[in-house]
Ligand binder design. Structure first.
Ligand code: 5RP
Length: 240
């Protein structure tokens, strides 16, 4: 199976967790797009769901497929979010934000009863950090914020170039919420929880791509078929 076929197989399996009447968070990126595509077919067949999109791109796809969209403010919370990831480890700690949607993705995931991550097998790593960690930063005073990110990250054993993300046209990338994205090429993140805490404390940092304690299940498409990882001991004590 190609990586794209693995993504679609993972998305198909995730669809089995969707029940009639659910409220859903729709992730962003190519793997989540497979899920939205398959969900659209189920909606066309009569499935009733109400969805919140994590990016304008996903919202556009959902609209084209006549998937009912609403806002998180309207619903307050969601039953299930299905989203992709740039990296995940065995404890279901994630790096997200490769598509620049990390802020809305994290808000939606945190407001969801359950989050399922779908990915091809290349996304599972022993240690997070090979994929540069995206950090969403307010434009005002960004240079000072980046200096603080570098200083604080070093305290947690992370060092490497922090670069402003550009579009393919070479212009500064802006998130759907109008912020800059900086990609932190740390190479390896030895203490993800500690890094998440210090990044959250930097003035000007809106959020970062470390998703810890949010995903309860990962569905990986692999050459040998579907592999699932379930995070033991959900903090709310519920069974997965
Ligand atoms: C977007 C994300 C995506 O989930 C992540 O980049 C994975 O994308 P893809 O499924 O295309 O590999 O976090 O902000």
């Amino acid at each position: 199976m190609s990586a794209d076929e693995q993504k679609r197989a993972a998305a198909k399996r995730a669809l089995e967790f969707v029940e009639d009447g659910m409220t859903l968070g729709l992730g962003s990126g190519s793997t989540a797009a497979h899920f939205v595509d398959l969900l659209g077919a189920r909606v066309a067949d009569g499935l009733s769901v109400r969805c919140v999109a994590t990016s304008e791109a996903t919202a556009g796809q959902a609209r084209r497929l006549d998937i009912p969209l609403t806002s998180l403010d309207e619903l307050g919370s969601l039953d299930l979010t299905v989203d992709g990831a740039d990296e995940l480890d065995g404890q279901l700690r994630l790096v997200k934000g490769g598509g620049g949607a990390l802020l809305r993705e994290k808000i939606v995931a945190a407001a969801s009863e359950r989050m399922i991550v779908i990915a091809d097998e290349s996304k599972q790593v022993a240690t997070l950090g090979k994929f540069p960690l995206p950090v969403e930063v307010v434009s005002f005073g960004a240079r000072a914020s980046v200096s603080a990110i570098e200083k604080m990250a070093e305290k947690t054993g992370c060092r490497g170039p922090v670069t402003r993300r550009l579009t393919d046209a070479g212009t500064p990338f802006q998130s759907d919420s109008g912020h800059d994205i900086y990609d932190c090429a740390f190479g390896e993140i030895p203490r993800p929880e500690a890094l998440a805490v210090v990044l959250n404390a930097v003035p000007g940092v809106v959020d970062h791509g470390l998703f810890i304690g949010l995903a309860e299940r990962a569905i990986l498409g692999t050459r040998a078929g579907i592999r699932e990882i379930v995070r033991p001991g959900r903090p709310d004590g519920k069974e997965s």
